[in-house]
Design a protein around this ligand. Structure first.
Ligand code: TRP
Length: 338
């Protein structure tokens, strides 16, 4: 079992990022180790240049995301943690796979349609071939499983199609070059909403800092933000149906459920009938208990460029070793002499 997954580096990391991909990766790392497999996690910095971007922010965000992953529990001895740019085999294999990927396949990718919008002609070529790089990311390591959000399922199917066609066209049946990876779509990706508006997603770009819990917030600030979080005047219902039409109440209850690792039902059994005056402090304490160790590790690491670059260098050196045989096999299969 080999798990491979990537995440785009973004800045201003918050609770939504943690409860999205990051916590899922940490759990996967622990489960995989038990089963004798391994995990490769990388920052998709090469993908980031497919959209207009600021180079200095890309460097900064790549390091910040690395700090967050380590702070949240990615163990850089057990797992591989690196950025794509440090492993040139990603770019090399992408070019080799460009010979196999079909324009017609890429034309069907919904992410390209969404991100290019009305200005298709002005989109970068990288945005169009983005899914081929993503295929290279996973095929390079013979990934067996790839955890991705629902929105990336189509890209993973494309990776399988590319692997299949390459194997058919260039390898013998008993010695395929690439493994066909399976997608793992997390069942209950908790959607974390703004603390100021229960109907919009928690976002790094919301002008109100009170709308989100940042990974840099200390315990006092977290408590204060939960205390100030928008709620309503009603007591909590005793079952989830009673959260209908109460987006802020639903968000706070869902946060509690996520951190306590219990169902909405269980939270409401405990707090049904109580008002937010009682519920908010309980939620704040739970959040602080679980997040404070993470935020303090994150704050200690986030500006230590030397340590962060060291982590990425070490991860990349190990990843290059895993990648080499597959990259060599792909060049050979295509008849490219080196
Ligand atoms: N495209 C993915 C996203 O935006 C990130 C990504 C890049 C990725 N390469 C990958 C995810 C390979 C899984 C495997 O979320």
């Amino acid at each position: 079992m080999r798990i491979v997954s990537g995440i785009q580096p973004t800045g201003n990391l918050h609770l939504g990022n943690y409860l999205g991909a990051i916590r899922n990766w940490v759990r996967m790392q622990d489960d995989t180790a038990e089963k004798g497999g391994e995990c490769l996690f990388f920052l998709a910095d090469l993908h980031a240049i497919s959209m207009p971007h600021d180079p200095a922010s890309l460097t900064k965000n790549t390091r910040a995301m690395t700090a967050a992953l380590v702070a949240c529990g990615i163990d850089t001895d057990r797992s591989y943690l690196f950025n794509q740019a440090r492993v040139p085999a990603h770019s090399e294999l992408q070019w080799l796979l460009n010979g196999t990927a079909r324009i017609g396949w890429l034309n069907r990718m919904t992410q390209f349609k969404d991100k290019s919008g009305k200005n298709r002609e002005g989109a970068s070529a990288a945005l169009f071939t983005y899914p081929v790089l993503q295929a290279a990311d996973v095929l390079l390591y013979q990934a067996t499983h790839v955890p991705v959000g629902e929105d990336q399922k189509q890209h993973l199917e494309l990776a399988r199609d590319i692997a299949q066609k390459f194997n058919n066209d260039f390898a013998s049946e008993d010695a395929p070059v690439f493994t066909l990876p399976e997608a793992i779509i997390p069942a209950d990706a908790a959607r974390i909403m703004s603390l100021r508006d229960g109907s919009s997603k928690m976002s790094k770009s919301d002008p109100s800092d009170n709308s989100r819990i940042n990974l840099t917030d200390d315990a006092d600030l977290m408590m204060q933000k939960i205390r100030k979080a928008k709620s309503d005047a009603e007591p909590l219902p005793s079952e989830p149906a009673g959260l209908e039409g109460r987006p802020e109440a639903r968000n706070l209850v869902a946060l509690y459920a996520t951190f306590a690792d219990i169902s909405l039902d269980a939270v409401l059994q405990q707090f049904g009938g109580q008002g937010f005056g009682a519920f908010k402090p309980a939620l704040g304490e739970l959040l602080v208990e679980q997040l404070a160790p993470i935020t303090s590790r994150f704050n200690a690491l986030k500006d230590d460029d030397l340590v962060l670059d060291g982590i990425l260098n070490k991860g990349a050196a190990r990843a290059r070793d895993v990648a080499r045989p597959t990259l060599d096999a792909a060049y050979d299969a295509l008849g490219l002499c080196r």
